[in-house]
Design a protein around this ligand. Structure first.
Ligand code: APR
Length: 254
């Protein structure tokens, strides 16, 4: 087993309060493309054109047609992969308390994590711009674009567009989690979007160890994060979780 896997498993097994920050990379092995890098959505679309609140309000049909309907098909069929299941297992073992995710796919909750902060909202619900009523995305027919509420108002997804602020409750929960953990696992994020990418900095400033799992280094690597497990999250989390279980089993036998 790779040294970094053993080392990271040792840190996790000894930790009192682990928090994870995840990004699109953790869901790549569930068939959901990332935003940046190889095969990223932002290689095809300009995020300011299709994911900014101003472009949505100016032309909701275009945003629904270009981005949201494609996302709906992906999200309706996506399932948690070994990386999500590994984080859920770490919660079952009493080690991981909170997952702060930038993802809107709901896969952490589906995997079994019970304290998930959806930093950028989620795609599971739509909200009417006029009357505010909410519908589950899977329930809403997309034959008509943009989908409309019974009152005639246009539906928007409850995810956070560029140009919008992070919901205050989610931001507050994330800052508390980042400042009270003693270890933060940063999985599958390019760490370029603020304020999500500042959570590992808060953790580090509060004395936590920050560990990244990513095939590529990020702006956090070597400064905020002290270890980079360079690889895909599914394989890394499967190996790390197995090693954590082995360490805990050995401890119980002592
Ligand atoms: N396992 C782990 N990491 C992976 C994998 C994988 N199998 N595949 C790709 N990655 C890494 C990439 O190297 C990259 O660092 O995941 C990261 C994906 O980065 P982004 O696509 O930028 O996703 P994210 O960091 O979540 O973006 C943040 O930007 O566009 C906004 O709102 C959107 O929440 C998103 C935010």
């Amino acid at each position: 087993m790779e040294d970094s896997i053993k080392k990271v498993a040792g840190y996790i097994a000894a930790a009192k309060h682990v928090v994870a920050l995840t990004g699109a990379g953790i869901s790549v092995e569930s068939g959901i493309p990332p935003f940046r890098g190889k095969g990223g959505l932002w290689e095809k679309f300009d995020p300011m054109e299709v994911a900014h609140i101003d472009s949505f309000m100016k032309n909701p049909e275009k945003v629904w047609r270009l981005l949201i309907s494609a996302m709906k098909d992906l999200l309706v069929s996506a399932k948690p992969n070994a990386a999500h299941l590994g984080l859920a297992r770490l919660e079952e073992l009493g080690l991981l308390k909170t997952v702060i995710t930038q993802n809107i796919d709901g896969l952490h909750q589906m995997a079994g994590n019970t304290d998930v902060v959806e930093f950028h909202g989620n795609f599971a619900w739509l909200r009417c711009l006029d009357c505010g009523s909410r519908e589950q995305t899977v329930e809403v027919e997309l034959s008509q674009m943009p989908p409309k509420c019974e009152c005639g108002g246009i539906f928007r997804p409850e995810c956070v567009f560029f140009g919008e602020t992070i919901p205050p409750k989610e931001l507050d929960r994330s800052q508390i989690a980042a400042s009270t953990c003693d270890l933060m696992l940063v999985v599958g994020t390019s760490a370029v979007v603020q304020p999500a990418a500042f959570m590992p900095v808060i953790a580090k400033q509060s004395g936590a160890t920050v560990i990244e799992i990513n095939p590529e280094p990020t702006p956090l690597t070597g400064t905020t994060s002290t270890i980079l497990v360079q690889g895909k999250a599914g394989k890394a989390m499967r190996e790390i979780t197995a090693e954590v279980e082995r360490i805990l089993a050995d401890k119980r036998q002592l």
